[in-house]
Design a protein around this ligand. Structure first.
Ligand SMILES: [Zn+2]
Length: 164
């Protein structure tokens, strides 16, 4: 899923725990539970397209700005700020770990790539874990549309929980 969806959902669960350690644990685990829902993601190859790159860079900033706005409006105390932020960061973290492992080709950590890929049960998977799955999963307009729609409930529920 996109970074915003993960960050906001992780922040919501982090806020619910009110505890920095639990926020990290639950936020990190929530990433993979969310990824079980069929969704669209930016492809690695598409990152070379300037439009996608701008979107990917804007994505976390938009989610973070929304989070900060809600926190200010709701008058979060420092414990809530910390737990919610850590939950959000932990929930977004697996995609960053994936990117780092791929870019640096860290072979001993390929189990992480395998696990992350298997969570995406709905995608076709190339045999070689180091190969991207993009050529096997062509993103048609319809597929992108539904892949975004499935993320919206997470965003709405997360915003509700953050603003509650
Ligand atoms: Zn993921």
């Amino acid at each position: 899923m996109v970074i915003s969806s993960h960050f906001l959902a992780g922040a919501a669960i982090g806020k619910a725990t009110g505890n920095p350690i639990l926020a990290v644990v639950f936020g990190f685990a929530l990433h993979f539970i969310m990824d079980l829902v069929p969704h669209w993601n930016y492809g690695y190859k598409h990152l070379k397209k300037i439009k996608t790159l701008i979107l990917v860079l804007l994505d976390p900033f938009l989610a973070f700005a929304l989070f900060v706005t809600i926190g200010i409006l709701r008058g979060y105390n420092s414990a809530t700020w910390i737990a919610a932020f850590l939950g959000g960061a932990a929930c977004a973290l697996p995609d960053l770990i994936e990117l780092i492992i791929r870019i640096l080709k860290i072979k001993p950590l390929s189990f992480f790539l395998k696990f992350h890929r298997n969570v995406h049960w709905f995608d076709e998977k190339p045999k070689d874990i180091w190969e991207t799955a993009e050529d096997m999963n062509i993103y048609t307009k319809k597929r992108i549309f539904w892949g975004i729609v499935t993320q919206i409930p997470f965003v709405i529920v997360s915003i509700y929980l953050l603003a509650k």
